[in-house]
Design a protein around this ligand. Structure first.
Ligand code: DHB
Ligand code: MG
Length: 223
C-alpha cells in the first residue's frame, strides 16, 4: 500500500481505513497481488478505493472498450473487469515480468472474466498505433514521461467523444506544484505532466477534475 498516512496525517489514514473496510474490500486475489508488490518493493498499484472508483465509473459510463496503459501485475485491471457488463479491456505493458505475473493473476479470475481481458505485451505507443479500436475509456498508469504522448493518441481519435480519460500519478509526487524537484522525478517528466494537466484543464476539450489522492487521479470526459 502506498503510504498515504505519511502524506496526509494520521486522521486521514483512519478515514481511509474506514472507507476501505466499508466500501473497497479486496478479495484474496487482489490482496495477494498487493502483497506481492509490497514484498517485491514495488507497492505501486492504485489503492483499493481507487479500484472501487474505477468500478463505479465503469458502472456509470458502461464502456464497451477500456484501454489500460500500464498493467503491472493486473491489480487495476481486475478491479475494472469485474465492473464491465458488456465489453472488454485491452491492457498494455512492456515488461516481461509484469506480463507473466498479470497472466497468472488473470487466470485466477472467477466466471471466465479473464476472457474479457486482452493482455498485450509491448511498447504502448507502438501497440496503440496498430490497435484498431476506439476506447470508450482510457486509463493511463504507466511511464510518466509519455503521458502527453498517450493523450495525443487519445485526442487523435483513440478515445471517442464523450469517452473518459482517467490518469494516475498526475501530481507526480508533488512535482507539478513544487518549485524544487522531488527525488527520482526528472525535469522532463515534470514539464510533461504539467502540460498534460493543463491540456486536461481546457474546458473546450475536457470536463476534468483531479482527485486529491496521494499521487493525484485525474478524471476527464472528452467533450
Ligand atoms: C510509480 C508508478 C506508479 O504508477 C505509481 O502509482 C507510483 C509510483 C513508480 O514508478 O515509481
Ligand atoms: Mg500509478
Amino acid at each position: 500500500m502506498r503510504k498515504i498516512g505519511n502524506v496526509f496525517g494520521e486522521t486521514y489514514s483512519k478515514r481511509l481505513s474506514y472507507i476501505r473496510e466499508l466500501y473497497a474490500n479486496e478479495d484474496e486475489l487482489l490482496k495477494n497481488i498487493r502483497l506481492y508488490g509490497e514484498a517485491n518493493d514495488r507497492p505501486i498499484n492504485i489503492n483499493p478505493e481507487e479500484g472501487k472508483l474505477l468500478q463505479v465509473l465503469i458502472k456509470l459510463h458502461k464502456p464497451k472498450v477500456v484501454i489500460e496503459i500500464g498493467t503491472l501485475y493486473g491489480y487495476s485491471t481486475i478491479w475494472m473487469v469485474r465492473a464491465i457488463e458488456n465489453g472488454e479491456i485491452y491492457t498494455i505493458d512492456r515488461q516481461d515480468c509484469n506480463i507473466e505475473k498479470a497472466e497468472q493473476n488473470f487466470a485466477k479470475l472467477e466466471n471466465n472474466l479473464g476472457k474479457k481481458i486482452n493482455l498485450i505485451h509491448g511498447d504502448a505507443q507502438e501497440v496503440l498505433k496498430n490497435l484498431n479500436v476506439q476506447a470508450d475509456m482510457l486509463f493511463i498508469d504507466a511511464d510518466k514521461i509519455n503521458y502527453l504522448n498517450y493523450l495525443n493518441w487519445a485526442e487523435n481519435g483513440g478515445v471517442r467523444k464523450g469517452g473518459l480519460v482517467v490518469a494516475d500519478n498526475v501530481m507526480l509526487s508533488g512535482a507539478v506544484y513544487m518549485d524544487s524537484l522531488p527525488e527520482r522525478v526528472r525535469i522532463t517528466a515534470k514539464n510533461n505532466m504539467i502540460e498534460f494537466n493543463k491540456r486536461l484543464a481546457n474546458p473546450e476539450k475536457y470536463e476534468s477534475i483531479i482527485l486529491n489522492t496521494e499521487e493525484g487521479l485525474s478524471i476527464s470526459i472528452v467533450v
